[in-house]
Design a protein around this ligand. Structure first.
Ligand code: SF4
Ligand code: SF4
Length: 472
């Protein structure tokens, strides 16, 4: 990995930048980023936030666009409903996603953390911006934190708490909407708490957690808790594209001397802008570090300095350690090739399973414990139970048709089956078979599941009979 200019200077690796040796938190007061990367991230964040808050209101055939109802084990992803019966698809999809993340990280490092992760988007684009607006820049924030509680401090801190909690409450409600659907969340929020006590407690609990994370825990979530962040050490290598300081070009670093640059000096003018702007409190010039979320703030800060001192931009940039140290361009390494092959195979499998997945899934079982009986006309009769899972959002009438033996007669017990949208129906039916169609104790029975004239599934099951005694 990228090394600091003085290889003996490795103290920073013994501790994290936001904790003293005693373990006490060092609060970070980063400067507000400015520059084209920050502007681009702002635009991306606006789209992401609009989608995050808008998606629960989007419905397809009356059902949410996205629903991750863990409690009822019901998942809807872009209008496609997944039931416990689709668990294999869900697991395969998850494995494919993990392989994608590993592959993506091996190539692009923590691009996701800097641009898409909700933690970074909310913290840097929402909460931090509000903090600058209420408390001012880093110097004023530091002063406010240090000063005694006076009218100004009480006013600013109270305003910040109310606004932060309001946004955390909004996030908590949105989070709930993804879990149980917006139609369930609205009554929880609008009706008196006593009418939806469990839902109310959940909304408040989520809101408090989000408030805690964004108002206080902040970068510690990325450094200490996030498993993706903790795995960076094994996911990225010297070929991965990361936010990197070009130590070959920057060192030896030294301040600008009256606008002049002595020969032999590197391009880093020791302005410190890359450090003061870093929301995780690190110095990127020390090399790749666990805390770096690739937010690009230091790229913008350094480019601004480079422009001021008349040096080329890009002293800190998206690059790889190999590109900086050896001038190598991106290579397709064996590791990336293997990840790619596994990813393509898994994606193909998941796509195949998705395309061939039936919208209506039927399970037919001979009723456990029952043998055959004799009908009034002398035919042999078996009793079956049927369970139909309707994964569509339309009411589906179900009809059963005996295919083989052709002489089998199906008789539903009770009314026919009509499965409500997005639900399960169970019923039972008799199958009668003339004795002369039975040649063994177990006869293969083939039934078609039909809806509105369309064959949805063909079921094969066994029909129990008296066996050879019936042979003509
Ligand atoms: S080092 Fe740069 S990219 Fe990494 S977190 Fe700090 S400012 Fe962001
Ligand atoms: S912003 Fe650039 S020039 Fe300034 S200290 Fe950081 S690397 Fe050096």
């Amino acid at each position: 990995m990228n090394q600091p200019h003085d290889s003996k200077q490795q103290d920073f690796r013994d501790s994290i930048a936001t904790a003293e040796k005693s373990g006490k938190r060092i609060w970070v007061f980063p400067a507000k980023p400015k520059g084209k990367h920050y502007n681009a991230r702002t635009i991306v964040s606006i789209f992401l936030l609009a989608f995050l808050f808008g998606a629960p209101f989007i419905k397809i055939n009356g059902e949410p666009l996205l629903l991750l109802n863990v409690l009822e084990r019901k998942f809807i992803i872009f209008g496609l409903a997944f039931w416990p019966q689709d668990f294999h698809l869900f697991v395969l999809g998850l494995i494919t996603f993990i392989v994608f993340v590993v592959l993506f990280t091996a190539v692009f490092g923590r691009l996701f953390c800097g641009w898409i992760c909700p933690q970074t988007v909310f913290l840097e684009m929402v909460f931090r911006r509000l903090e600058y607006w209420i408390e001012g820049g880093p110097a004023r924030q530091r002063k406010l934190a240090a000063q005694a509680w006076n009218g100004e401090k009480i006013l600013k801190k109270s305003l910040k708490t109310v606004i932060f909690f309001g946004i955390a409450f909004l996030i908590g409600n949105t989070f709930m909407a993804y879990l149980i659907g917006i139609d369930q969340v609205i009554p929880i929020v609008t009706a008196p708490p006593t009418e939806h006590m469990a839902g109310f407690v959940a909304v408040v609990a989520f809101s408090l957690i989000f408030y805690f994370v964004f108002a206080w825990f902040r970068e510690q979530a990325c450094t200490l808790v996030c498993p993706y962040g903790r795995l960076q050490g094994v996911l990225i290598d010297s070929n991965s594209i990361i936010v990197a300081y070009d130590h070959k070009r920057g060192e030896p670093r030294a301040p600008m001397d009256r606008g002049e640059r002595d020969a032999g000096l590197g391009d880093c003018v020791e302005c410190g802008a890359c450090v003061t702007v870093c929301p995780t409190g690190i110095d990127i010039r020390n090399g790749t570090q666990l805390e770096c979320v690739n937010c690009t703030a230091c790229i913008d800060a350094c480019n601004r300095t480079m422009r001021k001192v008349g040096l080329p931009e890009g002293l800190i940039r998206y690059s790889s350690e190999d590109a900086i140290a050896k001038g190598q361009t991106f290579r397709l390494t064996g590791r990336i090739a293997i990840y790619t092959i596994v990813f393509v195979l898994l994606t193909s499998l998941v796509t195949y399973l998705m395309v061939t997945r039936s919208d209506v899934e039927t399970t037919v079982l001979r009723t456990p414990g029952s043998l055959y009986t004799e009908a009034d006309n002398g035919d042999i009769r078996n009793l079956y139970t049927i369970k139909v899972v309707n994964k569509t959002f339309e009411e589906t009438p179900i009809e059963l048709r005996a295919v083989s033996p052709k002489t089998a007669a199906i008789q539903m017990i009770g009314a026919g089956i009509t499965v409500a949208p997005d639900s399960i129906a169970e019923s039972a039916f008799f199958v009668d078979l003339p004795r002369d169609a039975i040649f063994s104790q177990s006869t293969l029975l083939t039934i078609e599941v039909v809806s509105d004239g369309e064959v949805l599934e063909t079921i094969r099951t066994s029909f129990m009979g008296p066996g050879k005694r019936s042979e003509p």
